[in-house]
Design a protein around this ligand. Structure first.
Ligand code: 13P
Ligand code: SF4
Length: 304
């Protein structure tokens, strides 16, 4: 089967088996073409609870499929490729959060959505890159323990000088591969280009950016900007997607090292197998985890 035939077969089976395909923006173009919804982590969470289909396939990483299951407990949720995890979500567990609670009894504990469901049971609220600042502004506590991404956290800290942030070492290994030298080289090569970055990048990169935002935010900014050239400081796939969306503009990667192998793990064939019932991993969460982890997620949707 070639790509086109595989895509046609997926579209047919999707209808026949009442399946909705959600794809994160970092998925490849051939997967985008068969998805019902494409977005950033926040958009995918909101969309998950709106989908009328009985089965949802997540083409993205594990924490995203878990979030879908938390929000749609009666649906069958499949992670298209069970090897697709987010290394940042493995950096901290629930016991780490419980220790932080003891250490900082007056603080609100805020977790990035890139964490496990088990960890989410112990936090006050969950945030995504596109909702973090808005949600943090509404938290009454002065002290905020922000986990696990210190870079996203420090970007929020810059915008909320009245809050006192506490960070624990953590971050996205993919985005942290980009360093200030990459920006200087890219800028020298393309002096007219706007620099658009994800808040998971290091501060030394972020300080050179013209725009900082989520994956969806970056794409929207590039589409709406009157500029013709852009340097993209996020996962490499976004460079290709933007090139498709805006053929009259030119996009350069800030660094070609910014590739997330977990996001790239899912293939069109994985989607085909999941949609035909021959593959994918069904997400199972215990009732206790589901009930407790749902609370900070619901708060995120309410406040975000
Ligand atoms: P977004 O919420 O911006 O899609 O970020 C998710 C992610 O994993 C980025 O690395
Ligand atoms: Fe996780 Fe970073 Fe990959 Fe996003 S890009 S899924 S944060 S490792």
């Amino acid at each position: 089967m070639n790509t086109r035939e595989l895509q046609d077969a997926i579209m047919e089976k999707k209808k026949e088996n009442d399946v909705c395909i959600l794809a994160h923006a970092y998925q490849s173009q051939d997967i985008w073409d068969v998805a019902d919804y494409i977005g950033d982590s926040y958009g995918l969470s909101v969309q998950a609870s709106k989908a009328p289909q009985k089965t949802i396939i997540m083409s993205g990483v594990r924490f995203m499929a878990e979030t879908v299951k938390l929000l749609s407990p009666d649906k069958k949720v499949l992670l298209a490729n069970s090897l697709a995890g987010c290394p940042m979500a493995a950096q901290m567990d629930r016991d780490d959060v419980l220790k932080l609670r003891e250490e900082y009894p007056d603080a609100a504990i805020v977790a990035y959505i890139n964490t496990t469901s088990d960890l989410k049971r112990a936090v006050d609220v969950v945030v995504t890159s596109s909702s973090a600042v808005k949600i943090l502004k509404q938290i009454p506590n002065k002290q905020i323990v922000f986990i696990p991404d210190c870079n996203l956290g420090s970007w929020c800290e810059e915008q909320l000088p009245d809050k006192e942030f506490i960070f624990v070492n953590g971050g996205c290994p993919t985005h942290m591969r980009m360093i200030e030298r990459d920006v200087k080289l890219a800028k020298a090569a393309h002096p007219n280009a706007e620099i658009l970055v994800h808040p998971e990048v290091l501060e030394e990169v972020r300080k050179h950016a013209d725009y900082i935002g989520s994956t969806t935010g970056i794409m929207k900014h590039a589409e709406e900007s009157s500029n013709k050239e852009f340097i993209i400081g996020t996962e490499h796939s976004i460079v290709q997607h933007l090139q498709f969306k805006c053929p009259d503009k030119v996009f350069y990667p800030l660094s070609k090292e910014c590739v997330c192998h977990n996001m790239a793990a899912t293939t069109l064939m994985d989607i085909y197998r999941a949609v035909t019932g021959a593959g994918g991993e069904e997400i199972q969460l215990s009732e206790q985890v589901r009930k407790e982890a749902l609370k900070p997620i619901e708060k995120m949707v309410e406040m975000g």
